[in-house]
Design a protein around this ligand. Structure first.
Ligand code: GLA
Length: 630
């Protein structure tokens, strides 16, 4: 199978009704990232998987729901109660209807044997909660493919055990949403990953072959376009079955199939990595799978580094420093805050972590800006998140098991170094001040989190790199998806140190970045460095939501990290589909050109960097100090 070329072609060219190739860089005047009524801020709730794997039942789910309410967590935003793998019994042969394992979920039993989750979702709704269900994009489930020794596997013959959505999309989505009243669905991808014709279970006649479409170890062997198409079809069914738009579509493709680039167009949240485990190192791995993707998350569509493991292993009540770090970091990167813990056994100290109001407020801030890396190393990382009122949330993480010293600067915060910066510690409430820079001592694995108030460097506007929630890389210029090498490499718990170790595997390298080039260099044009700006490849189109600003300003050029001698690139600025300004064609090594364009009254700005000829290796270009001004 070598279908990858097709995927690239499909994303590079859009065909109009007349059959002519449409220009993907042509302005559309339209915001194209996914947004529906729900998930304007990252969804919060509970999911059964990290707590119980597939060993679930009604008592466990309802007890967890009751604790969400009784412990005050629901009032703080944790509203989704999501049933993961293990709920299904089989697909009925006569009509393909999915049946619930009523032995485990007694309220689902009906006199005629149809089974219905309606009584359970009714009870959750009556408690002020929302209900989530789980399925797979293929014919078979993750349990069947990867954890067949876990309890509650689907039963029956080969057809009855086909519990995934494939071939039943409309039927199942209608059942889960219209008939049973669910509000969220998590759609896993194991059925298109693990059951190819060579699989011994397929050969033995236990399952029908499907694909495989996804090879998690090889983007080249993955059929990106077909996989994406399957997920899009489910999204369309969800729109049809939810006229009020109040539903959450949760994609679970573990960073495979280049989903880190397109998940933002297809669902409300999208997994960017393999499953988290309750170890410090895997937490870092999952965190880093979103670290450099702030431009790929917006209100209505979030990067999902997987569910919380607060409460277990390295994050249990004996490791509150680690538990707080994990929680605060998820809050900063706008991860959905989905508790994965048996709340029946929760120590009060852990409920305090999960219920920390100031940290939750950072996650739920209405501006929806995912934190941007302001400093990064294998030892200490600093993230800054611009809040709706212009203050910053800043997190300083000590990745190591030894104490560390960090220096937080006003520059990190894009505040003036000459004015005072006020800090409020979001765990303790303690207030402090500094000017210029501040030394900070970090305990092993500690994350300090502050709300910072200061004099903004750009007094009359917003730098776009402070506002990733309003910048969408509609076309990011990536021609051939490549694996991102900058993700913390942890031991995979289920593989240990056997083999070579986990190589880079999640597509996204070369994607659009805030304050960095697509390949993680400092932004610079002809020797002029920019600590602020957008880095993207040539032949790209960025959509930017205006908010009453009058001018767009930037200093543009081909980034110094490009390999010299490439094509000339022209920078064009459109407002609601009309050309408002442009640069001259610019070549590598030319000094940055300053642009200042009137955009008063415009709703959607599009920033296009167009090369004179498409090249297989596009050059990084820089929108230095790109800003919306009054
Ligand atoms: C996959 C997902 C997990 C969980 C399990 C269930 O591994 O990534 O989050 O849903 O399947 O089997």
């Amino acid at each position: 199978m070598r279908l990858f070329g097709r995927a690239v072609l499909a994303t590079a060219l859009l065909f109009s009704a007349t059959g002519a190739a449409a220009d993907p860089l042509a302005p559309t005047g339209r915001w194209s990232a996914y947004e529906r009524a729900a998930a304007r801020t990252p969804p919060m709730g509970w999911n059964s998987w990290n707590a119980f794997t597939s060993d679930i039942d009604e008592e466990k789910v309802m007890a967890s729901a009751r604790i969400l309410v009784d412990a005050g967590l629901a009032a703080k935003g944790y509203r989704y109660v999501n049933i993961d793998d293990g709920w299904w019994l089989k697909r009925r042969k006569s009509d393909g209807r999915m049946l619930v394992r009523a032995e485990r979920f007694p309220s689902a039993a009906t006199p005629n044997g149809d089974t219905s989750f309606r009584p359970l979702t009714d009870r959750l709704h009556a408690m002020g909660l929302k209900a989530g269900i789980y399925s797979d994009i293929g014919r078979n489930s993750c349990g069947q493919v990867f954890t067949s020794t876990f309890p509650n596997q689907p039963e029956g013959d080969i057809d009855e055990r086909e519990v995934g959505l494939h071939g039943h999309v409309d039927q199942d989505i209608r059942l889960y949403f219209e008939e049973w009243g669910f509000d969220l669905i998590k759609v896993d991808g194991c059925g298109v990953r693990g059951l190819g014709p060579a699989d011994p279970r397929v050969k033995a006649g236990l399952y029908r072959a499907l694909g495989p479409l996804v090879d998690a170890d090889s983007l080249g062997r993955t059929d990106v376009a077909t996989t994406r198409g399957l997920y899009e079809a489910v999204g369309q069914a969800l729109d049809r079955s939810n006229p009020d738009g109040d539903f959450v579509y949760s994609l679970c493709l573990w960073g495979a199939a280049d989903v880190r680039a397109w998940g933002k167009n297809v669902g409300a949240m999208s997994r960017t990595s393999e499953d988290i485990s309750p170890t410090w190192s895997r937490m870092l791995h999952n965190l880093d799978s979103v670290s450099r993707r702030p431009l790929y998350a917006h209100p209505g569509s979030w990067n999902d580094p997987d569910m919380l493991y607060v409460g277990k292993g390295d994050f249990d009540e004996r490791h509150l420093i680690e538990a707080r770090s994990h929680f605060a970091l998820w809050a900063m990167v706008n991860a959905p805050l989905i508790i994965g813990y048996d709340l029946r056994t929760a120590a009060p100290a852990l409920l305090d972590v999960l219920g920390a109001k100031q940290i939750i407020a950072v996650n739920q801030d209405p501006a929806g800006n995912q934190a941007v890396l302001a400093f990064d190393s294998a030892d200490v990382s600093i993230w800054v998140k611009t809040l709706a009122d212009g203050d910053k949330a800043v997190a300083i993480l000590n990745r190591t098991a030894a104490p560390a010293e960090a220096v937080l600067t006003a520059d990190h915060l894009k505040f003036l170094p000459t004015a005072e910066v006020e800090l409020a510690d979001l765990w303790t409430g303690e207030a402090s001040r500094f000017q210029g820079e501040q030394k900070l001592q970090l305990a092993p694995h500690q994350t300090l989190v502050y709300r910072a108030h200061g004099a903004r460097k750009l007094a009359d506007g917003l730098f776009l790199s402070e506002q990733p929630g309003r910048v969408n890389p509609a076309v990011d210029g990536v021609v051939t998806p490549q694996a991102d090498p900058l993700i913390h490499r942890a031991i995979l718990p289920w593989r240990g140190t056997r083999g070579l170790g986990e190589p880079p595997r999640y597509g996204g390298w070369g994607g659009a970045q805030a304050d960095r080039t697509p390949y993680d260099q400092e932004l610079a044009v002809a020797g002029q460095r920019f600590d602020t700006g957008l880095g993207v490849l040539a032949n790209s189109r960025l959509e930017v939501r205006n908010a009453g600003f009058q001018r767009f300003t930037a200093k543009v050029g081909i980034d110094d990290s490009a390999i010299g001698g490439g094509q000339a690139v022209t920078f064009l600025i459109y407002g609601d589909g009309k050309l408002m300004g442009q640069s001259r064609p610019m070549k590598f090594g030319e000094a940055p050109q300053a642009l200042d364009v009137e955009i008063g009254g415009v709703k959607l700005i599009e920033l296009v960097a167009r090369a004179s000829k498409p090249t297989p290796v596009p050059q990084p270009v820089t929108w230095g100090e790109a800003a919306l001004r009054r």
